[in-house]
Ligand binder design. Structure first.
Ligand SMILES: *Cc1c(COP(=O)(O)O)cnc(C)c1O
Length: 376
């Protein structure tokens, strides 16, 4: 069994995929061009945001948000403590200071109460300027943007959405990648909408920001490729990746439905024995991960080994809360107890649209067996 079975997905989409790839190879137009322009158009329509700028990966899309808001030394950016490293890496890379905010135990997403507390602390200390909130749609579930947006408005903070895992998730029928003043997503192969290599996209309703983003990803170009008006990046999306994404986007809504079905099945089979992931009302997850919580680290680590013994892959996202990463040790931040507990107790199970119900039953039965024998 695969954790995320991309071969099965390719088999299901093979005819369309082979022809899309062939189309690019025959055209010999390999960077950006019509494939990318039409993809950007489709993505912005899908998400409901005026502008989409495709780029080389999700981390660069996040870097664009830092560059465009001129975030730098002396600025505080509030990030969840429980996420993939890139969220805070880009903050540090631009000379600003990430302030780690605890997360909610049941959704894994940024806790707005702790966010408000951390903003007040930074303001009271007076060393850093509170500048932006970077909320993450972890495991496919949009962050609590209802409350976070209000708080950002009230505190006059820029709201950035790291939707690298969130594409396809919704809150009140509004889609992920539309909640930030600027939002970033990733098309890394294992993300909900993945390509066959690296890819990413930046979203904003602000035309001027979008125009600057388009310049930045092409070496800070001006009115043409050989006029350079700013320091930029080389962060273009390949036409091949865009062609792959066109096919994946055609299949995407059906895939989301399938993931939802698999998640419901896991819920039914597991909720009496482990803590299953909670999706609050009015939210939908795109199920980048299906993540259960165990009683303690011992039980989690043992279960992971027992699953591996039976050829069932599982992953620990994330074993170290960000503030405990060596790269952030100099910041001496240490008040995110929930993130620490989650790092010890979470386990992500196989989840993708091409799982079968037999496989879900097999995983669930194996977990039940492992946990009931270990209790004796
Ligand atoms: C994957 C990921 C990124 C980075 O995306 P890449 O395309 O791999 O650069 C950033 N933030 C989060 C939360 C992610 O999961």
């Amino acid at each position: 069994m695969q954790f995320r079975d991309l071969q099965r997905q390719y088999k299901a989409l093979k005819v369309e995929m082979d022809s899309a790839i062939q189309r690019v190879v025959s055209s010999a137009h390999f960077i950006m061009g019509e494939e990318v322009a039409s993809l950007e158009h489709r993505l912005s329509e899908y998400v409901g945001v005026k502008n989409c700028v495709a780029c080389a990966n999700g981390t660069d899309a996040l870097r664009l948000t830092m560059m465009l808001s001129q975030i730098g030394e002396g600025d505080a950016v509030f990030v969840p403590d429980f996420t993939f490293y890139a969220t805070a890496e880009v903050v540090l890379a631009h000379g600003a200071t990430p302030i780690f905010v605890d997360v909610e135990e049941h959704t894994f997403n940024m806790d707005v109460v702790d966010l408000e507390r951390k903003i007040a602390e930074v303001t009271a200390q007076g060393n850093l300027r509170p500048k932006a909130i970077m909320a993450v749609d972890l495991f496919g579930l949009p962050a609590n943007f209802r409350d976070i947006s209000l708080l950002a408005d009230r505190q006059k903070l820029l709201l950035i959405e790291d939707a690298a895992q969130g594409f396809g998730g919704t809150l009140n029928e509004q889609r992920a990648c539309s909640f930030g003043a600027m939002s970033a997503t990733s098309f890394f192969p294992a993300k909900p909408l993945g390509c066959y290599g690296d890819g990413g996209a930046f979203f904003t309703n602000d035309d001027e920001l979008a125009q600057k983003a388009r310049s930045i990803i092409q070496h800070g170009k001006g009115s043409n490729k050989y006029e350079n008006v700013r320091v930029g990046l080389n962060s273009r999306l390949d036409s091949l990746q865009a062609a792959v994404l066109h096919v994946k986007l055609d299949a995407f809504d059906k895939e989301l439905e399938s993931c939802q079905k698999m998640a419901n099945m896991y819920d039914t089979l597991l909720s009496d024995i482990v803590k299953t992931p909670q999706v609050p009302s009015e939210f939908l997850s795109s199920w980048a991960q299906y993540t259960i919580r165990l009683e303690d680290k011992n039980q989690r680590d043992m279960l992971k080994l027992q699953l591996a013994d039976r050829d069932i892959p599982s992953m620990i996202y994330y074993p170290i809360p960000l503030r405990r990463q060596p790269v952030f040790a100099h910041l001496h931040q240490d008040s995110c107890p929930t993130a620490s507990r989650l790092s010890d107790t979470v386990l992500s199970l196989p989840m993708h649209p091409y799982l079968t119900s037999e496989e879900v039953h097999h995983v669930a039965n194996t977990i039940r067996e492992a946990l009931t024998t270990s209790r004796k």
